[in-house]
Design a protein. Structure first.
Ligand code: FAD
Length: 479
């Protein structure tokens, strides 16, 4: 008899877990419940004027090896793009175009750019000292000017992690890794201009098609879209799960691949102390994205050239409060299918307004309504230092729960990156195999699907070490 496993949530993490387990139909009977009417979670696709566009998740770096290899296996090739960024406007403008478009701000702040490079190396060398020190605090302690912090360092961090207004509270170590860590590095640090190259990124193909295909395996026992779980009751050797219609089913193991706060709510009073600690300390903010064609709005707030430079990302700091940030990007510079018949990029933009509590600072009303294509609200996880101090270190003890039959997957288990979501789903599938009631052979065969790709494996090992700790090496207590 195969182990009956339920995956709650079919975002990238849930789809990865379902796909991985479905490769072993003799060992697992896989069920998926997803609250929305479509898979993908925040990785969704919409239509406009005869074109499709990904409206939430866009893509990632070449270090996203697990995602890239997996999408390829599903039949979708990520499309390479070069990332170009414009920060600020007029006197506060700087960019990553190099010497040709070097701005006055960069020339003036060059001594601090050099010191910042040295500081990031120092942080990388002594991680324990800086693991939890917020980046703004560190810059202040090291005597950096507020101009450098607010116009260069913080907007750059906001862009990397989509952290918006929580950016000042991102741990210094996390920022340093973007420049120094081989697994996470996005940019080559330039001592003269901070950034001067346009790194290669990948734009994901049609995400709706990708995650629909991930759930099309004939070996998946049941996929229920539009079915939300309401209660999860772990018991010795089984888990009872009730949906919002009051229907109750019994499973051997459950992977909670929904948001952390939903997972905690589903477990209710049966959550362990560790689960309350780890999941309860994941914080969310409500952001809104407006997808639009308002070039006038873009020109008002950003340095933008859609013809020659084909700018991609734009980061703006609020002149009244420079620690406040909002961002836009040109969807057609990111997504190559958004071209007209002559190959010209279509004027389709997305502006992200961060943290609903800061609504009074937003310029959302200035986007002309007749140029608005889509407005969507999102729940965005916070990367502030408290996440790394009070949630991540407890995650490994939350996994399994009282009876080793409840697992957590999702980017929130570590960091809000698509690669983390995918890897956490694959890792949760491996945990199900390790703790399967009846089948130890799957573990021996190796559940991890991309072991031949050394970079993918390195990232997978890093995530499982942090998120599962010793549990990743144990298992089969119930066998
Ligand atoms: C707007 C936006 C853009 C982003 N862009 C990028 C990007 O370009 N690159 C990048 O690396 N990262 C990006 N991210 C980060 C993103 O969070 C991750 O990339 C990743 O896609 C998250 O996947 P997940 O599976 O962890 O969670 P989610 O995608 O949030 O999936 C969770 C799923 O659980 C379901 N669910 C919730 N409650 C229940 C319930 N009770 N019962 C059943 N199902 C339930 C939800 O409907 C959802 O489908 C972006 C995030 C947002 C919000």
């Amino acid at each position: 008899m195969p182990d009956k496993v339920l995956i709650i949530g079919a975002g990238a993490a849930g789809c990865a877990a379902a796909w991985s387990l479905s490769r072993y139909p003799d060992s697992f009977e896989v069920h998926v419940w997803e609250a929305a009417d479509e898979p993908g979670g925040v990785a969704t696709t919409r239509h406009w004027d005869g074109y499709w566009f990904n409206d939430g998740v866009q893509g990632g770096a070449p270090t996203y090896r697990n995602t890239i290899v997996w999408h390829r296996q599903l039949g979708f090739e990520p499309r390479p793009v070069h990332m170009t960024i414009n920060f600020g406007k007029g006197p506060t403008w700087w960019n990553n175009y190099g010497a040709e478009l070097e701005t006055e701000l960069v020339r003036r702040l060059r001594p601090e750019i050099r010191r910042f490079g040295q500081l990031m190396q120092h942080v990388h060398r002594y991680p324990v000292l800086y693991a939890l020190v917020p980046i703004r605090t560190l810059l202040w302690l090291r005597g950096f000017s507020s101009e450098f912090a607010n116009l260069m360092a913080l907007p750059l961090t906001a862009l990397f992690f989509g952290t918006g207004n929580q950016t000042p509270r991102v741990p210094s170590l996390v920022v340093a890794q973007v420049f120094t860590d081989d697994t996470l590095r996005l940019f080559e640090y330039d001592p003269d201009r901070l950034l001067s190259s346009q790194p290669q990124m990948f734009s994901f193909d049609n995400l709706h098609a990708i995650y629909s295909r991930a759930l099309q395996s004939p070996h998946l026992h049941a996929v229920h879209l539009g079915r939300a779980a309401q209660r999860v009751q772990p018991l010795p050797n089984r888990v009872l799960v009730t949906d919002t219609a009051g229907v109750r089913e019994s499973f051997d193991q459950v992977i909670l691949a929904c948001d952390a706060d939903t997972a905690l709510q589903l477990l209710g009073r049966q959550a362990t102390w560790m689960q309350r600690q780890a999941l309860g300390n994941v914080r969310y903010y409500r952001d809104v994205t407006v997808t639009h064609t308002d070039l006038e709005y873009m020109r008002k707030y950003y340095e933008i050239d859609m013809e020659e430079r084909a700018d991609m990302y734009f980061v703006r700091t609020d002149p009244q409060d420079p620690a406040r940030i909002d961002m836009s990007f040109a969807l057609s510079s990111y997504q190559p299918q958004l071209r007209d018949a002559s190959g010209k990029r279509l004027p389709l933009f997305q502006t992200i307004f961060l943290d609903e509590r800061e609504r009074h600072r937003w310029t959302i009303e200035e986007i002309r309504s007749d140029h608005t294509v889509l407005t969507r609200w999102w729940k965005q996880m916070s990367h502030e230092w408290k996440h790394f101090a009070f949630a991540v270190p407890f995650m490994r003890y939350a996994q399994g729960g009282r009876y080793d039959n409840v697992w957590f997957a999702g980017s929130w288990t570590l960091m809000n990156l698509h690669e983390v979501a995918v890897v956490s789903g694959l890792a949760a599938a491996e945990m199900c195999a390790r703790y399967a009631a009846r089948d130890a052979e799957v573990v021996a065969a190796g559940m991890y699907p991309f072991a031949e790709d050394a970079d993918a494996k390195r990232f997978y090992d890093m995530v499982t070490r942090v998120v599962y700790g010793r549990r990743a090496r144990q298992g089969n207590k119930r066998a």
